[in-house]
Structure formats: structure tokens, C-alpha cells
Write a new protein. Structure first.
Length: 196
């Protein structure tokens, strides 16, 4: 058995990384970071997963991995539910008679039953992926996208770069890291008051 501080809490996989503790102190400081609670980085709650599945299957039949990808795309990459949350919820919906599955090329294809269509028709409010995207600073989205692009470039250099190219990449990354910490040390100008 793993030590308690390494146990993975439920729904801990935010962008592929487990938190060390649900609420306490982890390697990144109290409540998730050295400067207080983390901002952004929303995860779907179990109810959100259910709502998202019903809404997506109301549009068309889908495989489980398509549901995961569609939620990630519609939330602009801010919410990518894990298979460990999607498939048990699909099974629960099937047990409730709202979803049925069939074999499709060796994969399971999920669709709503008549009861499921009725349940999906009763959904109201903003789809969960839109709510998550709306609650996040647009700059957070751009930062995540830029980080992903940087990681892709790093992997390419690591895979096919020469020793000299890898050394240059290390220099670039170290300079970028120092610059990023420098940004955190800058004093932001308060916004100008609006003219009345």
C-alpha cells in the first residue's frame, strides 16, 4: 500500500497530474500552490459528467473516447474527464435505462434510449463545458495552449535533436524560466478608472 501522502484522491487527474492531497499541503504548498489556492483548472463534478454525456448523446451516438474528446474540445481543453469518470457514468446511465450500447467495429457505441432522450430534453441551463470555459480567464486558456505547444517542441528536440541542439534548448528553457519568474516579480499597474 502506498503511503497516505501519495494516495490519489477521487477526480484528481486535472490535466493528467494527480494532486497529492485533496485539501491539505502537497509539494506545491498549501491548498495547491506556494501562493494560495490555484485559480483556473476546473474539473467536472460527477453531476457535470452525467449532464455532459446526456447532452452529447442527444446530438448523436458516440464512443466513450469520443465523449471525452468532445468535452475537452468544447471546454477549450480546460476539462478532459478521465475514462475512470466517463465509463462508470455511462454504466450508471445504462443501469437507469437511459443509455444503451452496441458493438461497432470492436468498440462500444453509446446512444440514448427513449427514456434517455426524455431525460436529455429536461436538461436546462448552460452545458457544463461552457460553464467551465466561461469561468476561466481567457489568458489562462492562452497560457495553457502556449505551454502545450512548448511541450510539443521540447519533445521534438528531445527525440530528434543533436547533442548540440539539446544543449541550446536547455539554455533557452533556463532563460525562459528565469523570465517567467521575473514576470511574477513585476508590479502590475492598477487599471485606469473608467470615465464617468
Amino acid at each position: 500500500m502506498r503511503p497516505p501522502h501519495r494516495m490519489r484522491p477521487p477526480f484528481a487527474d486535472e490535466y493528467g497530474r494527480p494532486d497529492f492531497e485533496p485539501r491539505g499541503r502537497g509539494p506545491r504548498g498549501p491548498r495547491g500552490g506556494p501562493h494560495g489556492p490555484r485559480r483556473g483548472g476546473h474539473r467536472g463534478r460527477r453531476g457535470d459528467v452525467r449532464t455532459a454525456i446526456l447532452a452529447l448523446l442527444a446530438e448523436q451516438s458516440r464512443h466513450g473516447y469520443e465523449i471525452i474528446g468532445e468535452i475537452a474540445e468544447r471546454s477549450r481543453g480546460l476539462w478532459r474527464p478521465s475514462p475512470g469518470s466517463i465509463y462508470p457514468t455511462l454504466q450508471l446511465l445504462a443501469d437507469e435505462g437511459l443509455v444503451r450500447s452496441s458493438e461497432d467495429g470492436g468498440k462500444r457505441l453509446f446512444e440514448l434510449t427513449e427514456e434517455g432522450i426524455g431525460a436529455a430534453g429536461q436538461l436546462d441551463g448552460t452545458p457544463p463545458w461552457e460553464q467551465i470555459a466561461r469561468d476561466v480567464d481567457p489568458n489562462e486558456v492562452e497560457l495553457r495552449n502556449a505551454t502545450g505547444a512548448l511541450m510539443g517542441a521540447m519533445k521534438q528536440v528531445s527525440r530528434v535533436g543533436s547533442s548540440q541542439q539539446k544543449a541550446k534548448a536547455v539554455t533557452v528553457l533556463n532563460e525562459a524560466r528565469r523570465s517567467l519568474y521575473g514576470i511574477l516579480g513585476e508590479i502590475e499597474e492598477p487599471p485606469a478608472p473608467a470615465d464617468t
